[in-house]
Design a protein around this ligand. Structure first.
Ligand code: NAD
Length: 481
């Protein structure tokens, strides 16, 4: 049976009326009821999120968990519909990965179980350190993962007891609003709070600035490139900054080349290389360079010759900025597009099922130094492992985001890890293994390098509070006291 959207809306409205009449809904007399998180005005969105926070703080932690469980359920059960919406709206990436991202986030982003308490006890009593919410958090999200970033942020932030206001990328605003509306409707019908997640329907730089400036926004969390990272750090507010990357891969003479090739293809082709952690450029020690190129071909990638790489480069980059700020940027026509489209631009016919193109370039090549987000990976020869580490460090641009090595030599792994100093360092796996996909650990799509929080969790969005009891409750103390 097909259930129409209108029927669902009527049912939700009915449930909310019933919950409201039972006195459980915060929107009893609220001017924000019926909005389900969708706002045009940034200050109104913050006010609604503040009201929702005041209600949430009265509730048990089990209500946070109920809210999160709805977000998880919707991102998993409705991943095909919402992933398709994201693909159709943003027109970058690969549909199967849009769907996989929502499912993975629903399953693997940590929730309330990550909240911890510390205690110190001794002669002078007991001190308990708990982790409290900030209040309303302002979040900025990228076009590369519009709803996925909101999903991960919302689970983390609500687990910690916060509410959030999101200014999404304008090119992913429709799916952001649709996802947020669905999350809020389900949450409201269950626990009676309507605006735990608020989103700006028509986001602009002005609405972002208004969120940054609002006195009721206690913390900012931005996920995006250099401009938004700078804006957040200059905002005058505490900021969690998940900034850009340009992850290098080093392949040394001891590596399992076939495994390295499979991993590079898996990581660099996920969502057509939109991930900030994805393999963007590969440095290979000269003695195994030719063997590595053959391994890439065996694993299914298509090699371009130098004139094809040159033709692709012409189509793949545009010059932006003025004066001394002039620099190359990936062209919108090819960013996040399929390998087949890149091959056409390079003047090559390939099997349309091909996922990745690759080719040899010099180190000083735009495909190496620009965060290009396309399924073409440049391969650069290096003299030895030390030269490879030097180049990898240089072209990572000091973002300290993500780097990878394929090697069986622990000394080389250690040397590179120390030199790179990146938040994520992967050995012998694809980039996503560092987020728990094919490796250990948990997932979030906001990896805060510049401000140091790393892969964000609910604890990232908490403030410490200490509660001290003097001279009592040290139950191991002198029984005569
Ligand atoms: P982008 O920087 O163009 O936009 C990101 C967000 O910031 C958008 O919502 C945009 O509207 C907003 N924005 C841009 N300038 C702003 C300003 N001055 N003030 C306020 N808001 C501003 O990036 P994108 O193309 O959407 O996403 C790709 C970038 O994001 C890449 O650089 C990628 O590495 C990075 N990224 C990082 C992470 C991470 O966890 N570190 C995750 C995903 C993406």
């Amino acid at each position: 049976m097909q259930i129409s959207e209108e029927l669902i809306r009527n049912l939700v409205t009915q449930v909310i009326k019933e919950v409201r009449s039972s006195g459980q809904l915060n929107g009893g007399g609220s001017q924000f009821s019926g909005r389900f998180g969708i706002f045009d005005d940034a200050d109104q969105a913050v006010a609604a999120a503040r009201e929702a926070f005041e209600e949430l703080r009265k509730r048990p932690i089990s209500d946070r968990k109920k809210a999160i469980d709805h977000i998880r359920r919707i991102s998993i059960d409705q991943s095909v519909e919402l992933g398709t919406m994201e693909m159709n709206e943003t027109k970058i990436g690969r549909l199967e990965h849009k769907i996989a991202k929502l499912q993975t986030l629903g399953q693997r982003v940590p929730g309330t179980e990550f909240l911890t308490t510390q205690a110190y006890s001794g002669d002078r009593g007991l001190a308990v350190i708990e982790h409290a919410p900030f209040g309303v958090i302002g979040a900025i999200t990228p076009v590369t993962h519009s709803l996925p970033t909101i999903t991960g942020n919302a689970i983390n932030m609500i687990a910690a007891g916060n509410t959030l206001v999101v200014n999404p990328h304008p090119s992913g605003r429709l799916v952001a609003a649709e996802g947020v509306k669905r999350f809020n409707q389900a949450i409201a019908a269950d626990i009676g709070i309507e605006n735990l997640i608020c989103v700006i329907r028509n986001p602009t730089l002005e609405t972002a600035a208004a969120i940054f400036k609002n006195r009721d926004v206690a913390l900012i969390c931005v996920t995006g490139g250099p401009a938004v990272a700078r804006a957040a750090l200059n905002s005058g507010k505490r900021a969690v900054v998940a900034g850009p990357g340009n992850p290098p891969v080093l392949v040394d003479e001891t590596a399992d080349l076939d495994n390295a090739a499979r991993c590079i293809i898996e990581g660099a082709t996920f969502d057509n290389n939109l991930l900030c952690i994805a393999e963007k450029e590969v440095f290979v020690v000269e003695s195994v360079f030719d063997a590595m190129m053959s391994a890439m071909e065996r694993a299914g990638a298509v090699r371009l010759n130098s004139s094809q790489v040159a033709k692709l480069t012409e189509a793949a980059f545009v010059e932006v900025g003025e004066g001394s700020h002039k620099h190359w940027s990936p062209s919108k026509d090819l960013l996040g597009q399929d390998a087949n489209k890149l091959a056409k631009a390079a003047g090559v016919m390939i099997d349309p099922k091909t996922l990745l193109l690759f080719g040899e370039t010099v180190a000083e090549h735009p495909f190496v130094y620009v965060e290009q987000m396309m399924p073409f990976v440049p391969f650069v020869r290096c003299r030895n492992v030390d030269h490879g580490i030097e180049l990898a460090k240089h072209y990572e641009h000091g973002y300290r985001h993500t780097s990878m090595i394929h090697s069986r030599d622990v000394r080389n792994m250690t040397k590179m890890a120390r030199a790179m100093d990146t938040t994520l360092f992967v050995k012998n796996g694809p980039c996503m293994a560092s987020l728990g996909l094919g490796g250990e650990g948990y997932t979030s799509f906001s990896i805060a390098g510049p401000t140091g929080e790393g892969v964000t969790t609910p604890m990232t969005f908490t403030r410490e509070r200490r509660c001290s009891l003097i001279d009592d409750l040290w139950i191991l103390g002198n029984p005569n006291v």
